[in-house]
Design a protein around this ligand. Structure first.
Ligand SMILES: *[C@@H]1O[C@H](CO)[C@@H](O)[C@H](O)[C@H]1NC(C)=O
Ligand SMILES: *[C@@H]1O[C@H](CO)[C@@H](O)[C@H](O)[C@H]1NC(C)=O
Ligand SMILES: *[C@@H]1O[C@H](CO)[C@@H](O)[C@H](O)[C@H]1NC(C)=O
Ligand SMILES: *[C@@H]1O[C@H](CO)[C@@H](O)[C@H](O)[C@H]1NC(C)=O
Length: 320
């Protein structure tokens, strides 16, 4: 009696959406709380890395963060790069690092488009997590680097999968033609009141996914066109200019542009890092700085992109 009276109240205060896995013990194949491990998604040929926070409580709905690796990289490198398993940034959430089929995600011309594809994998992996762990389904987020950042947008573009994510982040994303994604078609997110909150980070010295795009055999959109596309999908007019474009730091110059669309302040945001290359900004270094120093000509950054991403995500949840 007491429980049935208290439970709806507790839900009302937190706004959490308890997944089916709430109340279950962590499956024995999964890492224990505070650790990560490589797993295989049953019934598929796909792998992923899973991190469960030390604070995990099987009765407490927990946010879930996806982090997609860049082209030719993998799930293990992405954990090191994005630091989504680091409690300094991720205070209480589960992190998953999906692995691509062949080093590339949908939208990259080299991606394997055959079915089941990366969108099916993402959708099925999310369902698997919700079935086996106590996830707050209103707080599921997607981020990625380079091709993984571009794929985060492909996820947002899909009415089925994208609707299950509350907000999106991309670091040094490679953005291909959103009207004709190979194996997918045009970008067609579902209509929803919450919109599609999107944050993007890009260095002006990026030669892999140039900020102004390129027109070679692997053509990419200028980042500003990509951002204006998301502003439009969030209810701004076509080619809407940012509402604010401010200097965050002088040296090295870091500018922050943000769009307000359909009454949603800062629903699309962009950090423009002068001099940075194709590199995940971090003040202490990461796999990009250690293994790919030529991509990080400016050296370590004066800010942590991961910190800004988690701050951005914190502002959004789905109304389920
Ligand atoms: C492409 O993906 C399908 C389905 O996952 C797989 O069966 C096939 O072997 C892959 N092809 C290549 C060339 O990797
Ligand atoms: C969107 O994702 C769902 C779930 O994986 C998939 O069934 C569907 O075919 C995708 N739609 C498009 C247009 O790719
Ligand atoms: C913000 O302003 C700076 C300086 O005028 C400009 O270089 C930059 O492109 C602007 N940001 C965006 C997103 O266009
Ligand atoms: C960036 O993150 C690291 C932890 O990875 C932390 O030690 C450092 O203080 C952070 N830098 C800033 C400026 O917050």
């Amino acid at each position: 009696m007491l429980t049935s009276l208290l439970l709806p109240l507790a839900l009302a205060t937190t706004g959490a959406a308890r997944s089916l896995g709430c109340g279950r013990e962590i499956p024995s194949k999964f890492p224990s709380a505070g650790k990560s491990a490589i797993l295989h998604l049953p019934g598929t040929d796909r792998e992923y890395r899973l991190y469960i926070p030390l604070t995990y409580d099987k009765n407490q709905p927990t946010p879930l963060y996806f982090s997609f690796h860049g082209a030719t990289r993998d799930m293990n490198e992405e954990e090191e790069l994005s630091q989504f398993s680091n409690p300094f940034f991720n205070k209480d959430g589960i992190a998953v690092y999906p692995n691509s089929k062949n080093g590339y995600w949908l939208s990259n011309p080299s991606a394997n488009i055959s079915l089941p594809n990366d969108l099916d994998f993402t959708n099925d992996l999310l369902t698997h997590m919700e079935n086996l762990l106590c996830i707050d389904s209103s707080r599921v987020y997607s981020a990625g680097k380079s091709n993984g950042g571009g794929f985060t947008a492909v996820v947002a573009c899909n009415a089925t999968v994208g609707s299950r994510f509350a907000a999106f982040a991309s670091v040094s994303g490679a953005y291909y033609d959103t009207d004709n994604i190979p194996g997918v078609g045009p970008c067609k997110p579902a209509k929803r009141k919450e919109g599609y909150p999107f944050i993007e980070f890009h260095g002006t010295g990026d030669t892999t996914a140039p900020i102004d795009g390129n027109t070679n055999s692997n053509p990419k959109l200028p980042v500003i066109d990509f951002l204006e596309g998301w502003a439009e999908r969030n209810g701004c007019v076509k080619n809407a200019k940012w509402a604010r474009n401010e200097t965050v730091m002088e040296d090295p110059l870091l500018r922050h542009a943000s769009w307000d669309c359909a009454g949603k302040r800062g629903i699309v945001q962009h950090y423009r890092e002068s001099g940075n290359g194709h590199c995940w900004p971090s003040t202490v270094g990461n796999d990009d700085y250690e293994e790919h120093p030529l991509q990080c000509p400016a050296g370590k950054s004066a800010f942590n992109a991961t910190e800004y991403i988690f701050e951005f995500f914190r502002d959004y949840r789905l109304r389920l």
